[in-house]
Design a protein. Sequence first.
Lengths: 517, 168, 423
Amino acid sequence: MAEKIKLFVNGQEVEVESGKNLIDALGAVGIEIPHLCYHPALGADGNCRLCLVGIEDGRPPVVPACKTRAAEGMKVLLDVDNIKRIQRNVMELELINHPIDCPICDQAGECKLQDFYMKYDGQKSRMSVKPVLKAKKMDFGCGVVHDQERCVLCARCVRFTRLITKTGELGIVNRTDAARVNTFPGRPLNNRYALNVVDLCPVGAMTSSDFRFKQRAWFLTKSPGICHGCSKGCNIYIDHNREKYRDDVIYRFRPRLNAQVNGYFMCDAGRMTYKLENDNRLAAARVGEKSVELAEAVEAVRRAVSQAKKIVMVVSPNCSLEQMHAVQALAGQCNAAVSGYSDGYVQQGDGDDFLIQDDKAANRASFAILGIDSGKAGFDQAIAGADLLISFQNDLTRSLENDTLFEKTQFVLIGSYENDCAARAAISLPVASYSEDTGMVVNCDGILQEYRAAVGKISPAPSLIEVVHQLGGPFSTRDEVLADLTANVAALGGVDLKHIPAAGTALTANEVSNVAA
Amino acid sequence: MSDRSQLIETGKPFAFDAQRDAEFERLATRYPTRESLILPSLWLVQEQEGWISAEAMAYIADRIGTYASMVYEAATFYTMYNLQPKGKVHICVCRTLSCYLLGKQEIVDYLQRELGIKPGEVSADSQYSLEEVECLGHCGTAPVVQINGEFYENMNVEKLKDLLATLK
Amino acid sequence: MQVQVLSARFDIPDAHRIEVAKEHGAYATLEKVFSMQPEEVIETVKASGLRGRGGAGFPTGLKWSFLPKGLDKPVYLAVNSDESEPATFKDRYILVRDPHLLIEGIIICCYAIKSHAAYIYIRGEYTTQVKALQAAIDEAYAAGYLGESVGGRDFKLDVTVHRGAGAYVCGEETALLESIEGRKGQPRSKPPFPAVEGLYGCPTIINNVQSIASLPFILTNGPDAYKAYGTEKSPGTHLFGISGLVKKPGMYELPLGLPILEVIDKVAGGLRDGRTLKGIIPGGSSTPVLTPEEAQDVTLDYESMAAHKTMFGSGGIVVLDDTVDMVKLVENLISFYHHESCGQCTPCREGLGWMLKIVKKILRGEGTTADIDLLTELCDNIEGKTVCVLSAACTMSTRSYLNKFRHEFEAYVHSGAPVQAAM
């Protein structure tokens, strides 16, 4: 718990956390100081001059807030004539050479220049001379498009590649108003986090070629979510929109701040997994080659279950904690074996020392919490002589050495995606994916996080928990699963599963290790 | 400043010659960080080749162990680094304050007419290049012209005519 | 009026060679200096009242005393030989005519501030000067005045020359440090100040060449001998550069405090025949211009300049006569500052470019009164809002021309032509 100090803003006493610069300290209590170049992950650069504030009796009397530590008794002047004039004048100077690209610029609607102009400027242009022209629509690599004219030279992107990824592809060349961002010839952006510069850029100088011209920011609903690209569980915004005559579709993922998990960033591969939510989805239930109504497929599976002699239920490490537990309960009722076998989801050596993990599934940690065996030996034993195999979201083709399993065993897939696995299934049932459902995942660091349903399809697929219930499982709602988890799973004993904090909750080492593997 | 960021590629890899190589190693002992070698290295390239290509910058970056973008930034920021070949006779006319007051424009106009090039350009036969530069610190003997590193003070068109004849 | 304190050895043939320099007293103070405590040396310099000769005029001894005590980091000296302020042409004489004076001063300074590594930042254009300087440094190493044990003492000192490459902004002390460290010359925010966190994050003193070169005299003859020259608050001598429209432009060493008009007349030969005085730039292009009326009671010292709302600066005096078109002169100056802006912070980077375009517009005959007002307003909007004072150098000087010669700008606006026959 950080220490609090008292200072004054425009004469009013305000209590803030000590040890922070004025932008962060006052921002945390809802007082905005406009700024472009400062970013908490990148530090203060002091080049935009938009954050200049007055300090009464201060020497000097006007200081950049990003470089000024909040101090006890400090008298900050924001809403005074000279500071307001400075903000207007700095904005004017930012805008004189800025191309008014708004109608064709992706950043419109989430652009700091637009926002600050409206709030702190509002003057008409006084430019009666030609502006500085630079290069536009430059391909920097990794799907990043750069526009030198729009750039305000805040250097956030340069600092990102030097301080965070330490790959140093970007630099600001030339001096005076000829200064511009560029990559060295033949050395474009080439790192696994490059697209973060699109988020960092306060204007439309850095845009994503994937997102370019696809959707206006103000039409997007920005729902919080958790990336399922790997076991890091980076917090994201699922930016989606349901246009007239079209379905609700995700246009992009963006990282969401979580100091415990991913900080301000996410990797490019994870960012692009939004496409998996939009395209190639398991749309309709199938029996054999034929599309059927969901009820018919459910009935077919119920029949298969009642007739089978040895059933194996495989869960995906991407299932939520509740989904895994529901399947566990169903398996208990059907005397089925449960396995989380998914070695194929792990790419040994692919992870790095930043965010990317070898394990490309979001919730493997829950196997240990729930006591679900995921070893190959266990799976091989379970599958030997089995006549019915039901996979819940688990793409077994990633882990199996050959296809013989599908020839010998009747295979049912209950999942969200049209993949090789779905193609092999005798019966397949579509269920809501993680972007359409609510659930909890535990990441590689033991942090339990909740994600909430974001996308609302016109014809929504049922939740996996609902389908499990239709197959005979005991829990009809997610709440019932949560209640059972609280009652029966030791590792979750101390956690209020109905009120998971937004930033997640760290399961203590004790709790996790209490559960048998 | 015009845009200096469009680098020229020779198409051939670059390396220091023996003399520059030794000097680089000597300089490396004078600074506690490798990055400090960026400006001196750019000078070494310019001494060796007369100008600095993209390949030379990449070479410097890799030799020092720093980002190519750092070298790129320095090479474009500091205007004395030639990022294109200059003429055999590289003429820099001071354009600021006292030299301006005492007739630099006459000198520039004369050179433009005589050599057929504008400031920033190199003559077609690569003999001459012309540049207007900022205050050279010889205000008391203005106008001043620097040619291939040598200072020529109290210049006028007549003297320049004679001088160019000797430098042919 | 002229004196030979700093320039004592300038006219001695071959004084740049160590044997000749030594014959005439070079390195003679070291014996005395090494017998003093470093703190005593600092006090001596403080007592002399020596003020930084780069342009800011900050008391040198006081600057040295800002170094933190007991820090476990090396202390660096950076000697500022960037000399790029238009109208300034003094330091290079020291480098060429008496480089050992500078080296001796460096040894004195480094002993006082307990530094064992000095970097001399010399502007890239000074080609002949850097050769002379390096030759002298090599001589000093050979003679044992630099290296492992200076003058046979238990004091190690290395001096390295670092060449700039064409950026006026690198005369700004933190930009100079950035340039030594291999980066663009983009000034740093202060605090932290270089004395605490400077070169390579270590305590650093940055001093102008002339400031350092003043040290041997002060340590040899004592602070009072230095204070015998100049005024009470501006003691000592200065290498003044007088240029522009005078009969005898050149570098002249003078005590501080002399009347500016007298110096221009008596030392620099006065105006060219038939011309009248229009204005005087007193201390480098960044200093506000003085009208002839104002110049009547201006003396060449920091206090008089400040009282007349200008600055002593680098002591680079430029004389303007009635042939000068002030609007074109302003274009020349703004063009300089715009070209030299490092581009780091918004007001300077965008603002100076805008100011230049407005002046050009006025010169083309397309300007309006609103443009003149805008130019004046931009000076206020930009000044004081930037990381360093390069922008202020442009705006303070430009504002003085707008205020004192506004009629010339208005002539362009109203008639599209200058007040009189131009350059």
